[in-house]
Design a protein around this ligand. Structure first.
Ligand code: ZN
Length: 317
């Protein structure tokens, strides 16, 4: 897969970041100066140096595994995450991802969380379930916070941890919440996770659902480089079963969350043609009628597909 990274330094003939197929089609181009400006306005962070002179970001769709990926895909450095961590919701103490995953963790399991942040999930499961839990976190501030909770956390990527596997025992479960879409080499992530799992062990993953409402947000800063480099859907995970010795035992979509309502309505408004009168009318309807209505009635939101996708896979022989 390092071949994919090397070839993708040019946008002429990218290969899929996941399956390595060269059968890809161009999906969209986005302006780097626009992305840089919006990062400055929204997060007060200058990401100019991350793009190394690029003027356009190109999104590609793999015909083989259906993954969408950016190539080239410049990414934030670990220190940039330290600058973002104070943002509301960046390291949420509770979230749907945790709630949906916990029932799939066996009692007394040895669990590794990849990208554990300040350890909210690990602290939760070690307190409520009899688990032996460890974490990996490359953001130095978040890793320090997790260690202050008494958790065992290493500041290395999963691939490094797997390469040193003689130094530690294998795992019954590996969790990665909202991590996969940040990784430039997702194939190595799966290979490393499976090398660390016992047979019958579980890989629990959440990602932003690339088939959900977020796909309508064109300049969604948190769904493109330098933050994310890939977009995942249920269809891509079904392809994982043909690439690795795993079986999907559960897949769930997050219902629309109240705190995503504004984003949900605005994303759908972006789908509309730019006919001034129609667009203005839809904005009024969406913001003054649909959003308050969905805010008042949780049962309505539960019927709509929200932000994330959860997948639980079991390792076979
Ligand atoms: Zn592919």
């Amino acid at each position: 897969m390092s071949i994919a990274k090397e070839r993708n330094s040019s946008i002429e003939s990218p290969v899929c970041l996941f399956c390595g197929s060269g059968k890809v089609r161009h999906a969209e181009s986005l302006s780097v100066p626009t992305v840089v400006e919006r990062w400055r306005e929204t997060y007060d962070l200058d990401v100019t140096c991350r793009f190394e002179g690029l003027s356009t970001l190109n999104l590609w769709t793999c015909a083989s595994c259906a993954l969408q990926f950016f190539a080239p895909a410049p990414l934030l450095a670990p220190d940039d995450y330290a600058a973002l961590e104070g943002r509301p919701g960046f390291y949420a103490e509770t979230k749907w991802d945790f709630d949906v995953a916990i029932p799939f963790l066996p009692e007394r399991a040895h669990v590794l969380e990849v990208g554990c942040g300040p350890g909210h999930f690990l602290a939760n499961v070690t307190a409520t379930k009899s688990l032996q839990a460890e974490g990996l976190e490359t953001n130095p501030n978040a890793a320090a916070d997790a260690r202050n909770k008494g958790l065992r956390v290493e500041s290395v990527p999963l691939e490094t941890w797997a390469a040193d596997k003689a130094l530690h025992s294998s795992y019954d479960a590996i969790c990665a919440f909202q991590v996969l879409e940040h990784l430039p080499n997702p194939h190595d992530f799966f290979a490393s996770a499976l090398a660390l799992l016992d047979t019958g062990g579980r890989l629990l993953i959440t990602v932003p659902n690339g088939a959900g409402f977020i796909r309508y947000s064109r300049y969604n800063l948190l769904n493109m480089p330098p933050y994310h480099c890939t977009r995942w859907t249920a269809r891509v995970f079904e392809r994982v079963e043909t690439m690795f010795p795993v079986q999907i035992i559960a897949m769930q979509h997050e219902p629309l969350a109240r705190h995503h309502l504004r984003w949900y309505v605005n994303a759908h408004l972006e789908r509309l043609p730019e006919t001034p009168f129609l667009y203005a009318a839809a904005c009024v309807g969406g913001r003054r009628i649909v959003r308050p209505l969905l805010g008042c009635y949780p049962w309505l939101r539960r019927r709509l597909t929200g932000h994330s996708l959860f997948v639980c896979m079991e390792k076979g022989n």
